[in-house]
Design a protein. Structure first.
Length: 401
């Protein structure tokens, strides 16, 4: 199904100039959905909207296929009023602005990149699924974009959605199955968007990873049973095992405003760069970008754990400049007795070798599961120091050996 969609899309691009009326466009819609990081909360805007509107001959557009960026509001009347008075006091830096610019750089002049945010801050995933107000408004925005394209006689595709949600599910202990709910939301969005577009395409999710485990008030880094890691680990599992989930990256390498939850504008732009790589991979049917994640791990008689990784752009590197050095570069080996037995960590080619104080029997191997109480970000929050050579940082993980 994916292959058929991509072949059809490529055919549209190749034939648009010769078989369509002059001025015909293909609208590529890739919005972002989630909670406050999807909406850019607290990320002081550094993108100039006039420049964004003019970028690539005006080929970056909103859900209305216009250039009125920055007007997010659940109430349609309030949104209209904001546009009328050009109210932009709560207009933040969004990752999708940079993503759209990189896509416009790579795609032809007969394409428009349609992008916009959806969701609601400080909201658990169960309150963002089908039937909720944020979800229904997000579908309405996609339908608005579709109808605008149809009115102009243009083609319209939704190859992917950027997913940025999970912080509240980490901190508030909702006692739900996050992975099950995320997969259900992905299925619901696919079904509902197919009804809007009358196309059989399967839509991918481009996934970041929320990391604020230290902001959960019951968090203890050495607890063998660590409920806080269930949400971050969901993304590692899906990136390893589900072909419709593509990577952007974790949040911990970036500065958080006040070391709380929200990454700053520079961090948002970095996420836009990462998301654009996956978006282009989806459009071009390239090898799936799974991110820097562990692929397998073993132990030996020397009381060591060896971890191998999927590396987007080799080689691996230990970076203590962008991210403040964490103990053992962020790696830990936790026993059932709630002890961390890791005593040294060494980078060896495409693997990490962890030396333990005893045999790591029935342990959990963790990365970036640490941090100061109530802190987030690259200085004092949960973090690790492992990245590749192209700005891809290792996803936080918690995996039984």
């Amino acid at each position: 199904m994916k292959k058929g969609f991509l072949l059809f899309f490529i055919a549209l691009l190749l034939t648009a100039c010769t078989q369509k009326p002059e001025g015909h466009k293909v609208v590529i819609c890739i919005p972002v959905y989630g909670q406050s990081l999807a909406l850019g909360e607290e990320a002081e805007r550094i993108t100039d909207f006039d420049s964004l509107a003019a970028y690539a001959n005006g080929r970056i557009v909103t859900e209305n296929l216009d250039h009125d960026f920055g007007y997010f509001e659940h109430d349609d009347l309030k949104k209209f009023a904001k546009k009328m008075i050009n109210y932009q006091r709560r207009s933040f830096e969004l990752s999708i602005y940079t993503m759209a610019q990189r896509l416009a750089d790579q795609l032809g002049e007969d394409t428009l990149i349609c992008t916009f945010p959806g969701g609601q801050g400080a909201t658990m995933i169960k309150d963002l699924g089908k039937g909720t107000l944020p979800y229904e408004e997000f579908m309405e925005d996609i339908e608005t974009a579709y109808q605008e394209a149809m009115a102009k006689g243009w083609d319209f595709v939704v190859p992917a959605i950027c997913w940025m949600q999970g912080e509240t599910d980490i901190a508030d202990y909702p006692n739900t199955n996050y992975q099950q709910l995320l997969l259900q939301t992905w299925k619901d969005m696919n079904e509902d968007i197919r009804l809007i577009t009358n196309r059989p395409d399967t839509i991918s999710f481009i996934c970041y990873q929320p990391n604020p485990v230290a902001r959960a008030n019951k968090f203890k880094a050495n607890n063998f049973q660590c409920r806080e890691t269930a949400v971050p680990q969901t993304f590692v599992h899906l990136l390893r095992n589900n072909k419709w989930f593509w990577a952007s990256g974790p949040t911990y390498p970036y500065t958080c405003v006040g070391e709380r939850i929200h990454i700053d504008a520079i961090g948002q732009q970095h996420f836009g760069e990462l998301a654009s790589r996956s978006a282009l991979g989806i459009l071009r049917d390239n090898h799936r970008i799974q991110g820097l994640i562990p692929t397998n791990m073993t132990s030996n008689e020397q009381q060591e754990v060896i971890i191998h990784f999927n590396i987007p752009t080799p080689p691996l590197a230990i970076d203590t400049i962008q991210v403040r050095k964490a103990e053992n570069y962020g790696f830990s080996v936790i026993t059932k007795g709630n002890r961390n037995i890791a005593i040294a960590t060494t980078l060896e080619g495409d693997s990490i070798r962890i030396t333990c104080s005893e045999k790591p029997v029935d342990c959990k191997i963790r990365y970036a599961v640490n941090g100061d109480y109530m802190k987030s970000g690259n200085l004092h929050g949960p973090r690790g120091n492992l990245r590749d050579s192209n700005g891809n940082w290792c996803y936080q993980f918690d995996i039984p050996l």
